[in-house]
Design a protein. Sequence first.
Length: 394
Amino acid sequence: MLVVTGISTLVTNDKSLERGKLGIINNAAIVVGDDNKIVWTGESINLPREFASVAINVDGRAIVPGFVDSHTHLVFGGDRANEFEARMSGKTYSAGGIRTTMTATRAATTESLTNNARRLAEEALNTGTTTLEVKSGYGLSVTDEARSLQVASTITTETTFLGAHVVPPESKIDDYVNLVCGEMLTQCTPNAKWIDVFCDHGAFDVDHARAILGAGAKAGLGLRIHANQLQHGGGIQLGVELGVASCDHCTHMNDADISALADTNGRTVATLLPTAELCTRSKFPDARRLLDAGITIALASDCNPGSSYTTSMPLVISLAVLNMNMSCDEALWSATAGGAAALRRTDIGSLHIGAQADFALLNSSSHVHLAYRPGVKLVDAVVRKGECVAGALA
Ligand SMILES: [Zn+2]
């Protein structure tokens, strides 16, 4: 049992509270039961007496649901600092840099891949991320993709097979798509929950993406797609047609893409990854246009060594507010409940009764500081499954 009181602002995302989308309770307390689920939330003054005697008082700080980072690429070898430096000196980003990481990933030992992924997962945890989705996609051979998923499965249950990240240099595209849909899929499925395709210029076209996602669905995997990051294409329309859980990036969108996503009524989420735009000096997606159309938005880090080498969800929230016209409340919702929706989960991303007890204690009295104080360490403690796993509550 864990009882926390003295919470200035408790963001629950609990729809049943009718206190706006964030379900905010002020001067609040929260109780976690022995099954590591939320059993009580409310104003501290109403905290049942049996809980009060063991309560930890957090002295007027805010608590938010743990961040759900629904899009990361944490399994890789090496880094691409040189490429980053070159890009910042004027070169443009293309999907080809993925092959640099492929070479380093194939050369790395399983132990070093695991240690690197763990290091990044720990870094994410310390900034409040309690759930991570992790993709393969830097092995690009049957053995190396299967190995990447095995590493990913030591970090999270939200594992994604992304053999279709780019075509490796030793293969022709049609042969590679057959491999991804055949032997590679068979070897990767045991450690994968999802399948994803990079459907964009320099990666896979709509027909190849349709074949790959179709094979994944047949193998029992959930569907996701990288769509419309580098230029406008048919990725979002394909994603909606196939009923994917999430279309990710959505940087270049026309009205037909917007209405297709809106027509799914939240079944297909648009996952926006503003640190990818930040780190490639690209145009940010227009979140306001999506929100006004009624589209459900998730925010995620896209953590990868090429185009977005950060695990910081507070930074993502900050950018979404400062550069994508989201309100502070909308951005926090999208980084928590939105991420959960992108993973089709209802047990995380929210602090309703019965939810998994995943939350972050901030060092401020309000969640607004997440956007208001970009780049600053704002998380004092992180509770995952009812246990304080980073920092300290008292
Ligand atoms: Zn990605």
